[in-house]
Design a protein around this ligand. Structure first.
Ligand code: ARG
Length: 449
């Protein structure tokens, strides 16, 4: 393993299997850009506090900045033999500038660094997810606009209920994603990126030294990572190295996003079957069957729905991980990244694909139009017609219930029943008026006044 950041008090070498087991570089390498940002602030704070000379600060920050640019250009590769990202970067700076590099790790701890790095990560990823959710919302509203003259059958208990406007159907999903978006915005607003907690008890670098260093480097780094928020100096050191609420909260917000993705997926899977035939799914998001040539399977939507287990599981896994940890930092916490990173990637990937999928989704208007002739979905409207004639709703409900049953048993449409028969159910049931009621556009319009 590459040079460790500890070991002076040990006589025996670390067990090689345990050493391998303890490494996090294979997943925390993605924090490199934030770790270097942290180091830039730290080195300038050391200089402001007279721990480093101006010359020393210049040399170390030059090497760090070069490394930062390499990372941003996508040209940096992590060293798989390092224990973690902090060790990797520390060693790389030592390789570049020699002994002076040793001073980089003065008065600091990885416990503080890792919290800072992860806070940066969550802040940046939250912003990306917010942007993507906004796009999804727009795509859904655009579908609503495209199908502004179409109606759909609305369901409760997976049973036909009433006619609804197609635009309202899409707007419903749009508001689910909009609420998710607002929640994540609120989360991101409250999230603070902190530095200066040391291992747990802070350090002797003054707040003003840190603040000036933050002012200096935030402007530079933000040009490359615009989604970042300005870091602050840690107020309570203990909590900065102890808590991962911000990770859990992010995952729980993502669980809600995932739940909405899954509901949308399920609705589209079901309503694009031959049995429903309301939607045509974009072919480039479907797959065929190796055995049955006619199949067009909704695999994309099924996989979206299938991601739910992974996403929900992650926040439960982390709640359990943290449940009985004594204050403050414990190594268990290293494993939080194994829940966080893949889930953020999964949800982000799902949203990115949905951005492309949604504009390609088609409503099968001909299929829907013929289903909208089903009179039972206008039962509530017929009852309401009677209510407007002064009939108490409870009685109207009974009348229409009996009428529907009668027409179903005889396999005769209500609009085809004679006026005489209709009058037997209620004197106010007028054939001509019922004909007008059994109309999806009217049914929808009546509720949009
Ligand atoms: N790899 C560690 C993590 O992800 C970094 C902090 C390690 N601190 C320590 N004292 N061993 O949490």
């Amino acid at each position: 393993m590459q040079g460790k950041m500890w070991g002076g008090r040990f006589a025996k070498k670390i067990n090689p299997d345990f050493e391998q087991f303890s490494k996090s570089i294979d997943y925390d390498y993605i924090l490199a850009r934030y770790d270097v940002f942290n180091s830039l602030i730290h080195v300038s704070a050391l200089k402001n506090n007279a721990v480093l000379t101006a010359q020393e600060e210049k040399r170390i920050t030059q090497a760090l900045w070069r490394l930062f640019i390499t990372i941003e250009k996508g040209r940096w590769k992590y060293n798989g033999s390092s224990e973690d990202i902090h060790t990797n970067i520390q060693n790389q700076i030592e390789e570049k500038i020699g002994k002076l590099g040793l001073k980089l790790h003065s008065l600091r701890s990885r416990n503080d660094q890792i919290a800072f790095d992860q806070q940066c990560y969550c802040c940046v990823q939250a912003e990306k997810i917010i942007n993507s959710l906004n796009k999804i919302k727009k795509r859904l509203l655009a579908l609503g606009k495209k199908y502004k003259n179409s109606s759909l059958i609305g369901y409760t208990h997976t049973r036909r209920a009433q006619v609804v406007a197609a635009s309202d159907y899409f707007a419903c999903f749009a508001s689910m994603f909009d609420r998710d978006c607002q929640r994540i915005k609120g989360y991101r607003r409250r999230l603070s990126i902190e530095i200066g907690a040391g291992a747990l008890a802070g350090n002797t670098i003054s707040r003003i030294s840190y603040r000036r260093a933050i002012d200096k480097w935030f402007i530079q780094v933000k040009q490359y990572i615009p989604e970042l928020k300005k870091p602050t100096v840690s107020k309570n050191y203990l909590i900065q190295v102890s808590e991962r609420d911000f990770v859990i909260e992010f995952l729980q917000n993502l669980a809600l996003v995932q739940m909405h993705i899954s509901r949308l997926a399920e609705d589209l899977i079901m309503h694009s079957t031959k049995e429903f035939n309301y939607f045509d799914l974009p072919e480039d998001f479907c797959t065929g069957s190796s055995l049955r040539p006619h199949k067009k399977n909704p695999d994309f939507l099924e996989l979206l729905r299938g991601c739910t287990g992974e996403v929900y599981g992650s926040s439960f896994s982390l709640l359990t991980l943290l449940k009985s940890l004594p204050l403050t930092y414990n190594r268990d916490m290293q494993l939080d990244k194994k829940s966080l990173f893949p889930v953020v990637n999964t949800v982000y990937q799902e949203l990115k694909m949905l951005e492309v999928f949604l504009p390609e989704l088609r409503l099968n208007s001909a299929g829907i139009e013929s289903e909208l002739k089903d009179e039972s979905i206008y039962a509530t409207e017929i009852a309401e017609f009677l209510v407007n004639k002064g009939v108490p709703f409870k009685q109207a409900h009974q009348v229409v219930g009996k009428l529907i049953r009668y027409s179903e048993e005889r396999k005769q449409k209500i609009i085809d029943l004679s006026q005489e028969t209709l009058s037997e159910f209620h004197k106010d049931l007028k054939k001509q008026q019922i004909k007008k009621i059994v109309n999806h556009k009217k049914a929808v319009k009546a509720k949009q006044k």
